[in-house]
Ligand binder design. Structure first.
Ligand SMILES: Cc1cc2nc3c(=O)[nH]c(=O)nc-3n(C[C@H](O)[C@H](O)[C@H](O)COP(=O)(O)O)c2cc1C
Ligand code: SF4
Length: 362
């Protein structure tokens, strides 16, 4: 059997194949952050399309952590009923689904989050043009508690697990980065201190949810910024969180202010595919838990090479599954055709993600 279509255990979670739908904010929640019928349709199609593991778009754990309009919220029990509709839809098929939980940190707008955006340190963000406020120690403790409370809500809603969003310059990633975290207390300085917020959340989740509930992380492996997080830092963080009970690591990178985020445009050739796969491979050498590679994977051939060569255990895709939610099923049925996604990035549609190229008949 092709290894891409063989099952894999991620902690206690058995996923039916090695294809992951990488977290994709969909602009489909209602104005308060509740799940809508559009979500149910979106996630049903991904599961019908045989994606092994679906990671939802990021759901914010505090009102101040909202990153985008029409983003799913998980900061209150009143969202549980709506959220439960996603695993219910997915579990009609063999796919598994985890909720990505996040806080935007300084990558938001005052108008959206209803407050001065927060950050480990008051470092201006030229991308969002925000001057954030530094979090106090007490506020960091509350943040840890709110991530844990969100994790409990995810389990109550029936999700198969959680993904902590510690990538792309959002709050947990900005704790990891020496560029955005310049604190001199226990939450800043050496990499172990910068990782403390993530580790404390993980410990809190383990004590609230037990050892068996699957918790994975999306981790920045570089910020692409002078003075930012390096791959060496990321490897140390991966080893540290593995010792604290993380079940899997999805390796990403980038930060808006670096001018190089995680969603690279204009990918054309196989050589350009898997742009974070080498970083995933480096992290995989240091840990035992499953590692996910992502970034511009468009062909079955590249996906297969990444897994067969042992650079990662799973491959994650976002835009190709916006273009065609049935891509994995087509691959399984024998199609070797490249995803038709042109990486034009026109799918960021505030009225709900969709492939603009498809709508234009391309
Ligand atoms: C419309 C859109 C929304 C995204 N939303 C999220 C998100 O909520 N959380 C996240 O971690 N990454 C998010 N990403 C990044 C993707 O998960 C992925 O890492 C990136 O697009 C590279 O993979 P790809 O080349 O397969 O698209 C988003 C990407 C796109 C295109
Ligand atoms: S609009 Fe369509 S072709 Fe362009 S990046 Fe998004 S999914 Fe791919």
């Amino acid at each position: 059997m092709d290894i891409l279509f063989s099952p894999l255990r991620i902690g206690s979670l058995l996923v039916p194949n090695r294809f992951v739908r990488s977290a994709t904010h969909d602009f489909m929640a209602d104005d308060e952050g509740h799940v809508t019928d559009s979500h149910v349709k979106l996630y049903s199609r991904l599961a019908e399309g045989e994606v092994g593991l679906i990671v939802t778009g990021h759901a914010h754990v505090q009102p101040s952590g909202q990153a985008s309009p029409r983003q799913m919220a998980v900061h209150d029990d009143r969202f549980i009923g709506g959220l439960a509709r996603i695993p219910e839809a997915v579990h009609r098929f063999a796919s598994r689904v985890v909720l990505q939980i996040a806080h935007a940190g300084r990558q938001t707008k005052e108008k959206l989050c209803g407050c001065v955006p927060v950050s480990p340190s008051a470092v201006h963000d030229p991308a969002s043009k925000v001057m954030p406020r530094e979090l106090s120690s007490d506020e960091i403790r509350s943040l840890v508690d709110d991530f844990v409370a969100a994790g409990l809500r995810a389990r109550r809603a029936g999700f198969d697990g959680l993904q902590l969003h510690a990538a792309h310059g959002y709050l947990l990633s900005s704790f990891l980065s020496p560029h955005t975290n310049r604190r001199r207390d226990e939450w800043g300085g050496p990499v172990e201190n910068r990782a403390r917020a993530l580790v404390e959340i993980l410990r809190g989740l383990r004590s609230a949810l037990g050892r068996d509930y699957p918790v994975i992380v999306k981790l920045n492996s570089t910020d692409f910024l002078e003075g930012g997080l390096t791959l060496e830092d990321a490897v140390r963080i991966a080893v540290l969180i593995e010792s604290e009970g993380i079940d899997g690591i999805e390796v990403s990178g980038g930060m808006a202010e670096a001018g190089r985020g995680s969603v690279w445009p204009g990918l054309r050739t196989e050589d350009e595919e898997g742009y974070f796969a080498e970083n995933a491979a480096r992290i995989k050498q240091a840990v035992q838990v499953p590692v996910f590679a992502l970034g511009g994977i468009r062909t079955l051939a590249v996906a297969g090479r990444i897994v067969r060569e042992g650079r990662a255990d799973l491959v994650s895709l976002s835009r190709p599954l916006i273009r065609d939610p049935f891509l994995v099923r087509r691959f399984r049925e024998g199609s070797a055709a490249r995803s038709e996604c042109t990486s034009c990035n026109k799918c960021f549609n505030p009225r709900g993600i969709r492939c603009a190229e498809l709508a234009e008949g391309r």
